[in-house]
Design a protein around this ligand. Structure first.
Ligand SMILES: Cc1ncc(C[n+]2csc(CCOP(=O)(O)OP(=O)(O)O)c2C)c(N)n1
Length: 665
């Protein structure tokens, strides 16, 4: 590294050593963590933060800041050290000392919402890279919508070998390559080491060739040479395509015994080696101490962005689009969308269409799309099946039309979900995307992170049961609803008819603190509701039909397309003089948070026979509604017409009525 490289009067290496020292000390104190990556990448990150990244610690959420994503989340101390050194108010030295402790702003992996400057939760490798693609897409879209005066920033990523080995990376890089989003710059920590040892144990990919093949520009640099890193980053900012910078580093750089080995990856150096390392780096300060000249220089670096932010604020003030821009960033148009959906629900309550709920969802999207310009839809190559594309108002997002509000994600369910997370985190976009419910398994890791982060992402998942018929068991979800319901802070909706579908869309759109899944039928369902004045689905479960001829002896609980079947079963039972009521259960999670009185009222008296009906597994049903029995699936489906399958698996009105009578006997 060129010794002469000076930043704010201090040698770049000395600035980087402050990052290294904090990372080593924090991991040592916590007795756990990953020092190797921050030690290897400290020089490159120093160059990025001091010379390229547009940020202002005094206003961390400034909308036109560059986004920085530490995809290699195990190296979290790299980010925490940089946030502390550059002067983010909430990242105090105490927080650094509380690394990995309960309630700290410095959890083991960066978690969105804990400390300012952490743009996304990373740790599950590859997710951050795909989030960054979503952020870059959001930037490009909003840049087209509001112009460069208000939106003109880059997305920078530090990714490791692990991120690049994960399958999601290929999904993400090929999509962004196709879109030629040149403001995305990925700095690859090319250190040839992961946990088990050398990367060559498990991978011989020519990564540079892979990125080139996916439509990227690829640059290389010596990650331990600030001048060389600066040269590469400078070149990257002039690219006409997304850029990968292969940044050659040494894991655990500075450690005499551990550098360049997997031993530096994920364990404290140990006091002896730590002392040897500091001495090798010429760092003669006590634990957690950053010498004044170094801290002053870092704080000056942190203060530089204020001028850019103020200039931007001035432009915003003058802009005729100011109100529209702020409404977009703050999600203020959601109210108009909710109103449009309420109007739509009232119409379908009158019209009473018999439609597949996927078609009702398409109509709901159509109804609100114009009212909420922030909605950006898409599908993982199933547009015609998911019915996610409104007939009016949606054009394709593409290089020639970045203001397009419809994304063809290609066959990339996992990246689609992670990209939507990135869009939502960026703000200014409310993403929704479609696939088949059975492939929620492919999206699941990213859905889980959306739930953990608490971001509004809406998944439209159609073909939600054996009711899809002939495509067979590979495509028929059985355990997916239960599996999704197991994710905390995720709302899983399964509407029964057109009114409920509009209501569920309303609840999903209003859910700004977490993701939602809309599970929708391929097959038509009859209209069940004729009044949409109150959003009953938002209560999670409600009595659709009361018992007649006395107190209910049977209560049938059903979701989605099976509600109509429960209604038929009720008719059979009522015809035999058995008072039976039907409860529709579009969203377990929302029912679970209703007050106890309401829950008791819906669940009913212990004297009733209570049967659940859903063409999926019964897991979760018995506890939620204190059931006596459940009619559903206990095995995989089969390839046949839907009607035959329901008969074959015993999910029929007759079977429900028989089960009720058996329990009453
Ligand atoms: C999806 C996922 N799988 C596994 C892990 C566990 N893990 C954390 S770091 C790591 C190795 C990463 O290697 P690399 O990216 O080269 O990081 P470095 O060793 O250079 O720090 C693994 C397997 C994880 N965090 N996420």
């Amino acid at each position: 590294m060129a010794k002469s490289e000076l930043i704010e009067g201090v040698e770049a290496r000395r600035l980087a050593n402050a990052v290294r020292a904090l990372a080593m000390d924090a991991v040592e104190k916590a007795k756990s963590g990953h020092p190797g990556m921050p030690m290897g990448m400290a020089d490159a990150a120093t160059v990025l933060f001091s010379r390229f990244l547009k940020f202002d610690p005094a206003d961390p959420a400034w909308p036109d800041r560059d986004r920085f994503v530490l995809s290699a989340g195990h190296g979290s101390m790299l980010l925490y050290a940089l946030l502390y050194l550059t002067g983010y108010a909430d990242m105090t030295l105490d927080e650094i000392k509380r690394f990995r402790q309960l309630g700290s702003k410095t959890p083991g992996h960066p978690e969105y919402g804990h400390a300012e400057g952490v743009e996304t939760t990373t740790g599950p490798l590859g997710q951050g890279l795909a989030n960054a693609v979503g952020m870059a897409m959001a930037e490009a879209h909003l840049n087209a919508r509001f112009g460069p005066e208000l939106v003109d920033h880059r997305t920078w990523v530090i990714a490791g070998d692990g991120c690049l080995m994960e399958g999601i990376s290929q999904e993400a890089i090929s999509l962004v390559g196709r879109h030629r989003l040149n403001k995305l710059i990925v700095i690859w920590d090319d250190n040839s080491i992961s946990i088990d040892g050398a990367i060559s144990l498990a991978d011989a990919t020519d990564q540079k060739a892979r990125f080139v093949a996916s439509g990227w520009n690829v640059l290389s640099c010596d990650g331990l040479d600030a001048a060389d890193v600066g040269r590469a980053l400078e070149a990257a900012t002039a690219s006409d395509k997304p850029v990968l910078i292969a940044c050659k580093t040494t894991i655990g750089f500075g450690s005499p015994k551990k550098a360049g080995t997997a031993h530096a990856h994920g364990e404290p150096l140990g006091s002896e080696e730590l002392a040897l390392t500091k001495s090798a780096l010429g760092w003669e300060y006590s634990p957690f101490e950053t010498p004044e000249d170094v801290l002053t220089a870092w704080r000056k670096i942190g203060a530089r962005g204020a001028a850019q932010r103020e200039a931007w604020a001035g432009r915003l003030k003058q802009s005729p689009s100011k109100a529209e821009f702020l409404a977009a960033i703050n999600g203020d148009n959601v109210d108009a969308g909710l109103a449009a959906l309420a109007e739509h629900a009232a119409k379908v309550a009158q019209a009473k269409p018999s439609l597949a709920t996927r078609a009702s969802s398409g109509a709901a999207i159509e109804a609100m799309f114009a009212a909420v310009p922030e909605l950006v839809g898409g599908s993982a190559d199933l547009t015609g099946s998911n019915l996610t594309r409104p007939k009016t108002g949606a054009t394709d997002f593409k290089p020639e039309n970045r203001s397009g509000r419809y994304v063809h994600y290609g066959v990339r369910e996992h990246a689609m979900a992670a990209i939507m997370n990135g869009m939502a985190l960026h703000r200014g976009i409310i993403p929704y995307g479609g696939t088949f419910l059975t492939f929620s398994d492919y999206s699941r890791p990213a859905i889980r992170l959306a739930a953990l982060m608490g971001v509004r992402v809406i998944h439209v998942m159609t073909h939600d049961s054996i009711g899809l018929g002939e495509d067979g068991p590979t495509h028929q979800p059985v355990e997916q609803l239960a599996a999704l319901r197991a994710i905390p802070n995720l709302l899983v909706f399964r509407p029964a008819d057109a009114v409920e579908t509009a209501e569920c869309w309303q609840a999903a759109l209003a859910n700004e603190t977490g993701p939602s899944v809309l599970a929708l039928s391929r097959q038509a369902t009859p209209a069940l509701r004729s009044d949409a004045s109150d959003n009953l689905s938002a209560r999670g479960a409600y009595e659709l039909l009361p018992a007649e001829g006395g107190a209910a002896r049977v209560a049938l609980f059903a979701s989605g397309a099976e509600v109509a079947l429960a209604v038929q079963a009720r008719e059979l039972l009522q015809a035999e003089g058995i008072p039976t009521r039907v409860v529709s259960t579009p969203c377990f999670e929302l029912f679970d948070v209703q007050d106890e009185d309401y829950q008791d009222e819906v669940v009913g008296s212990p004297d009733e026979v209570r049967i659940g009906v859903e063409a999926g597994i019964g897991q979760g049903w018995f506890e939620m509604f204190a059931l006596s029995d459940f009619i559903g699936m206990a095995e995989f489906g089969a390839s046949a017409p839907a009607k035959d399958l329901f008969a074959h698996f015993g999910i029929t009105a007759e079977a429900v009525a028989e089960a009720a009578k058996a329990l009453l006997a």
